[in-house]
Design a protein around this ligand. Structure first.
Ligand SMILES: Nc1ncnc2c1ncn2[C@@H]1O[C@H](COP(=O)(O)OP(=O)(O)OP(=O)(O)O)[C@@H](O)[C@H]1O
Length: 222
């Protein structure tokens, strides 16, 4: 269970403070699938970054499986991000000189890639429909294919939570649907908690929770 307790986030800027999140309280049940919707600037990405411990709240707390993320040491936060969270961002963040297989293995490069990991990475690429693309570099892949590599990379470490920021942002509707279906299937297979920020309300049928942010506050929960 992930609990967001009365979280605020403010940034100091030249003109004063910008209050981006203004007291957000919600929870994400383990193994569930949630969408965060809302207009541009409403604080969706900010909330996602806080959930992944990429940044900390100004006040309030985020409790992940009983641990308050703000109370972890920097080293523990780093381990949390590396082992428990899979990030899927719109810009893919693939390395241009590596092929799809090696991009999938990137989170493990520092620790060394065992043959078993390479086997699982290949299996995942097959699973996301890239069986003939293992050795293609990002420039040789379409946007939808690159996004699928990013998803394979995020799930290879079998994270407890997958955080996806506008994963279909630049994709046409067919590729977008494939990406959402894939996230849903992987969530069901691996029991991960999937939290997706999107503008796109075309694919929201099959989900457990929809949160709407407006001007830094939750307007509705369904
Ligand atoms: N580091 C920062 N410093 C100052 N302001 C920031 C910072 N990061 C975000 N903001 C502001 O916070 C607000 C919310 O940003 P956020 O990216 O969370 O919105 P969003 O709902 O994800 O928007 P979009 O749908 O356009 O991506 C924006 O007005 C943005 O300018």
């Amino acid at each position: 269970m992930i609990e967001v307790r009365n979280v605020t986030k403010s940034y100091r800027s030249g003109a004063g403070n910008v209050d981006v999140l203004r007291g957000v309280t919600c929870e994400f049940v383990e193994g569930s699938c949630s969408f965060i919707l809302g207009p541009s600037g409403s604080g969706k990405s900010t909330l996602l970054y806080l959930l992944g411990a990429l940044d900390l709240p100004t006040s309030g707390e985020i409790v992940f499986g009983g641990r308050s993320l703000g109370k972890l040491s920097a080293g523990q936060q780093n381990l949390f991000r590396r082992h428990e969270v899979g990030f899927v961002f719109q810009s893919f963040n693939l390395l241009k000189n590596l092929d799809a297989l090696n991009n999938t293995l990137v989170p493990f490069i520092a620790e060394g890639c065992t043959p078993e990991l390479r086997r699982r990475a290949g299996e995942l690429l097959d699973r996301v429909g890239l069986q003939n693309r293992w050795h293609h570099r990002p420039s040789q892949l379409s946007g939808g294919e690159q996004q699928r590599v990013a998803i394979a990379r995020a799930v290879l470490k079998q994270p407890r939570v997958i955080l996806a920021d506008e994963p279909t942002g630049e994709l046409d509707s067919d590729s977008g649907r494939v990406v959402f279906e894939l996230l849903r299937e992987l969530q069901q297979e691996q029991g991960a908690t999937v939290i997706t920020v999107t503008h796109d309300d075309r694919y929201l049928r099959d989900t457990d929770q929809i949160l709407r942010l407006e001007n830094g506050r939750l307007s509705t929960k369904t």
